[in-house]
Design a protein around this ligand. Structure first.
Ligand SMILES: NC(=O)c1ccc[n+]([C@@H]2O[C@H](COP(=O)([O-])OP(=O)(O)OC[C@H]3O[C@@H](n4cnc5c(N)ncnc54)[C@H](O)[C@@H]3O)[C@@H](O)[C@H]2O)c1
Length: 364
């Protein structure tokens, strides 16, 4: 088992990761004697809940199952979860476990944040995306009809328990979407890691081969933990945490244009990574060959690297103008000074952005 610490003073916590660790009683030793409740979804429950029930001593009413998918990340679902917790008269020393992907982690974390002003929760991520990204860092929340993640709270988990064995049942498309976030970490903060992915670690990850998934997830979590440790709440606009949004401004535009759900979040981020690299190359910050290298790696993961048919540069501009990173009316983007070194900047030539948008939208 690997252990990493997210260093946040009194809110510090450990990430435990390894093959089969959720089946080992010692993994849960810190929770012994606590009243446990577990939230999961309808796809994960039949696959990964049965062995946990006896281990954690969970009775039927200790478990709540919501429909699998993004549609469950709503205020209405949160209300149902809170109703369930209140009906059980949960005291403040109870612990809510989130068994599932980012949807369950965000929903459970949000409910834990606001139930009686905050109770402990533990992330038990079962998607690659949740293991490398959403389970670490304390962002919790639900979507609103006006947009994604508009209602939420910062609430750090007490622990993250990532059992790599759960990835064996994850559909390949979901695994690839998580790989986009993995590639993102290499591009934004670790050139050596990026080179290792290029040298074959990517395929070993996608095949869930040997120790590679654990090593890759540990590397990503260490990078994220380092950034979160510097900038827990994205307190300074444009602080280090903003770098985690590499690829996200372009990606969100695609997700909004297609209507949420048609493209997986990781797929949209993957395209955004290619576009950010392309723009960085047009600005002369990285070589054209390096930008192409990023795109090749995304393709090797089986990710789409062109926007949906019909999406135009004007669509991108309109949707990107609504991004949270717009400051003083000026669009800011996370771009690459080098592969392995991202910056948030408004200092880019608009003609270069137009060229990237036209290139990707297939307009001469
Ligand atoms: N809080 C954060 O910092 C943060 C960061 C990134 C993304 N997110 C959020 O995460 C969500 C996306 O997360 P996700 O991609 O994990 O989606 P998800 O939770 O919807 O999981 C994807 C699908 O895989 C299924 N699944 C999960 N684990 C499985 C397993 N082991 N085997 C088989 N099927 C499994 C789920 O039931 C679901 O159908 C979005 O809502 C996004 O906003 C949050």
């Amino acid at each position: 088992m690997r252990r990493l610490t997210v260093a946040l003073g009194e809110r510090a916590y450990e990430i435990q990761l390894g093959q089969g660790i959720s089946q080992q009683p010692e993994t849960w030793s810190a929770l012994r004697g606590r009243r446990l409740k577990l939230l999961t979804d309808s796809q994960v429950a039949p696959l990964h809940l049965p062995p946990l029930r006896p281990l954690l001593g969970l009775a039927d009413d200790d478990v709540m199952v919501v429909e699998a998918g993004e549609a469950s990340k709503t205020w209405a679902s949160a209300e149902r979860v809170l109703d369930w917790m209140l009906a059980q008269k949960l005291a403040r020393d109870a612990v809510l476990l989130a068994l599932g992907g980012g949807v369950i982690g965000d929903l459970a974390g949000f409910c834990a944040a606001i139930y009686q002003r905050g109770i402990d929760f533990v992330q038990v991520p079962t998607t690659l995306l949740a293991m490398v990204d959403s389970s670490v860092g304390g962002k919790t929340g639900v979507n609103h009809a006006r947009g994604k993640n508009l209602i939420g709270a910062f609430h750090q988990p007490r622990a993250v328990i990532a059992d790599l064995a759960t990835l064996r049942t994850l559909p390949p498309r979901e695994l690839a979407a998580g790989a986009a976030e993995v590639i993102k970490y290499g591009m934004l903060g670790d050139a050596t890691f990026f080179a290792e992915l290029e040298a074959g670690a990517l395929e070993a990850l996608l095949r869930l081969e040997g120790d590679t998934p654990a090593a890759v997830v540990a590397r990503c979590c260490a990078l994220k933990a380092g950034i979160v440790g510097l900038d827990e709440r994205e307190a300074v606009s444009g602080g280090p945490r903003a770098l985690l949004n590499l690829g996200h401004t372009f990606g969100h535009a695609v997700e909004t244009w297609t209507g949420y759900g048609a493209w997986l979040h990781g797929e949209a981020v993957g395209l955004g990574l290619a576009m950010a690299a392309d723009l960085s190359a047009r600005l002369g910050w990285i070589g054209a060959d390096q930008a192409q290298g990023c795109e090749r790696l995304l393709l090797r993961a089986g990710l789409p690297v062109r926007p949906p048919a019909g999406m135009t540069p004007a669509d991108f501009r309109r949707l990107m103008a609504g991004d949270k990173k717009v400051a003083g009316g000026r669009l800011r983007l996370v771009l690459l000074r080098a592969v392995g070194e991202a910056v948030l900047t408004a200092d880019f030539d608009d003609a270069a952005l137009e060229a990237t948008l036209r290139h990707y939208c297939g307009q001469p």
